[in-house]
Design a protein around this ligand. Structure first.
Ligand SMILES: Nc1nc2c(ncn2[C@@H]2O[C@H](COP(=O)(O)OP(=O)(O)OP(=O)(O)O)[C@@H](O)[C@H]2O)c(=O)[nH]1
Ligand SMILES: [Mg+2]
Length: 551
């Protein structure tokens, strides 16, 4: 081998190696690219600067331009990244005449040099594949066919359609989407599909009805007393700034149930002593046989599922979390008895109406609630909760009718007042009062509360505490009556002949006679009621309507 050929071979080898190194610079080796060139400048730096400049200016340099300034083997890293399909370096692509994009660095020069080198070949093959993918994706993105090409394409397709067995030509299978024509939640149905006439009419009627109902509701003019009650208690949806201005600490749960500017502990803020007692779970019943004995007066909370019964129990006692609540209707599934001290029990009833439970289970709850409400002797009052937003529903009216028939005292309580405007709270109250004004067993006034904001909770507490006080008065009265009767028993053998004995004592005094006769009758009935039923409700039934109202 001659010296020239030897030198040439060595040079070739060097070129090959340097090209390999520069290729692998993508993987981190950049020794070749940082090597200084013959004229003393740093080729990597200069080429990089040029490329970044070109990128900035979006200049698409040609291969010739680049090779003019840089040696092919010292192509900067960014360039190779471009050939790997990196989206950021789109500037390294140029578009050929036929519209397809090719990498400007898909140069054959290093490849030809390295053809015999196995690893390099493999690497190049990989790169070629990547180039192809990049070309493909680029073509998809950028190649918007011209109008002419489109026209040609259509013509080709038409030609192929005449007898050719091209797969694209075969009719595509269409996906069938089954749509429920009565599912109005599906917008596409509303928009595009013509429904059958029956459904259309039904829908129209429903819409008209709801519009009519809304208009009727808006037309309600609440009384001045209701409006002022709503304002005084800050009922309805209120701005936080308004509550803060009024001095309420909005950080606390149910802030409106606190004394403004108060620094005392939460328990002390409850003005009614009976509600300061600890709320204790006492019993749960899913059948009437497991009800606890009716020895303590009870106040029950009834209403539709999710109306806020359990939350109200917590809010009234300010003991959060004792009664479980959930935003999922149907959480309370048994009748739960909670002791509030020794004198009174609060009863959380399962809700009726929609709930996440089986129909037969729901029916069983409803029957149980009906039985409890109509037969429980220790039941002093039912708070019938109605959602302010939705108003009374047929199920509520059903329960009201039952309570009317069984002479059970009930009071309507509007809940969740914080979600509607104050005016709408007043309208709802007015609407219900008007509707039920002829009922006999209803207790006035209608209450409005929000367990979340605490609005109206204090007033409800006061109304319910009265029941406890009345119970105490009644118990002491019956005890006194019992002792009087005992005394009379000791003077007369037959207590039922009381009137005769009195009449015999002074037949001329008709006033005394009638007075004693009345007292005797009342005591007799009162005495027997007390002993038999141990319930104020039954005694009241025996007294005159006037005495009943005043009590
Ligand atoms: N905005 C607002 N939400 C309330 C109020 N009271 C209760 N809620 C919410 O209403 C949802 C239902 O409350 P619950 O107390 O569990 O209702 P429930 O009537 O006991 O429900 P059931 O046990 O399923 O019959 C919960 O997510 C409560 O946070 C209120 O006054 N205002
Ligand atoms: Mg509940």
């Amino acid at each position: 081998m001659s010296l020239d050929s030897d030198l040439g071979h060595k040079l070739k080898k060097k070129v090959k190696l340097s090209s390999l190194k520069s290729n692998s610079s993508y993987k981190g080796s950049s020794r070749t690219s940082t090597r200084r060139s013959d004229d003393g400048t740093n080729p990597r730096k200069s080429s990089k600067a040029k490329v970044s400049y070109m990128k900035k200016k979006r200049v698409y340099a040609t291969k010739a331009e680049l090779t003019e300034h840089n040696h092919v083997n010292e192509i900067p890293r960014t360039m190779w990244a471009a050939s790997k399909g990196n989206q950021r370096s789109t500037s390294s692509f140029k578009t050929t005449n036929d519209g397809a994009a090719t990498s400007m660095f898909k140069t054959k020069l290093p490849r030809r040099d390295n053809e015999k080198h196995g690893t390099a070949k493999l690497r190049y093959r990989k790169r070629d594949d990547l180039d192809k993918n990049a070309d493909e994706s680029r073509r998809k993105r950028w190649d918007v066919p011209s109008f002419k090409a489109k026209k040609q394409g259509f013509a080709d397709k038409r030609d192929l359609g005449d007898g050719s067995d091209n797969q694209e030509d075969q009719p595509r299978k269409r996906k069938r989407i089954r749509l429920d024509p009565y599912d109005t939640s599906n917008k596409r149905i509303d928009d595009d599909i013509v429904l059958d006439e029956g459904h259309k009419v039904k829908k129209k009627n429903h819409e008209e009805k709801s519009v009519g109902v809304n208009a009727q509701f808006r037309a309600i003019q609440p009384s001045q007393s209701i409006l002022s009650y709503v304002e005084e208690n800050l009922l309805g949806r209120r701005r936080l700034t308004e509550l803060k201005k009024a001095g309420y600490n909005t950080e606390l749960p149910a802030p409106l149930d606190n004394i403004p500017q108060s620094t005392s502990t939460e328990r002390e803020r409850i003005e009614e002593s009976v509600f300061r007692n600890k709320l204790d779970f006492f019993a749960a019943a899913n059948v009437s046989s497991s009800f606890p004995p009716p020895d303590v007066p009870e106040i029950a909370f009834a209403g539709r599922s999710n109306v806020g019964k359990s939350s109200l129990l917590n809010a009234l006692t300010r003991q959060w979390g004792v009664v479980r609540t959930s935003d999922k209707p149907g959480l309370t599934q048994t009748i739960n008895f909670f002791g509030l001290g020794p004198k009174v029990r609060l009863v959380d009833l399962p809700g009726y109406g929609f709930a996440f439970a089986k129909d037969e289970v729901k029916e069983a709850w409803e029957d149980l609630v009906k039985e409890y409400v109509s037969t429980r002797s220790s039941l002093k009052r039912v708070c019938l909760l109605v959602d302010t937003k939705w108003g009374m529903k047929p199920r509520d009216l059903e329960l009201i009718n039952l309570m009317e028939r069984s002479n059970t005292k009930y009071q309507i309580v509007l809940t969740k007042t914080d979600v509607v405007f104050p005016m709408d709270v007043a309208r709802r109250a007015m609407q219900i009062e008007e509707k039920l004004k002829a009922n006999r067993s209803i207790v006035q006034p209608l209450m409005m509360v929000s367990s979340r904001s605490g609005a109206g909770i204090g007033s409800l507490r006061t109304a319910l505490a009265k029941i406890a006080k009345l119970i105490l008065i009644f118990l002491s009265a019956t005890l006194a009556g019992f002792f009087v009767l005992q005394k009379l028993n000791s003077t007369s053998d037959d207590p039922l002949d009381l009137d005769d004995s009195l009449t015999d004592a002074d037949p001329a005094d008709s006033d005394t006679n009638s007075r004693f006769s009345k007292v005797g009758n009342a005591m007799k009935s009162g005495f027997w009621t007390c002993v038999d039923m141990a319930s104020g409700r039954y005694l009241w039934n025996h007294l005159s309507p006037n005495s009943k109202r005043s009590s």
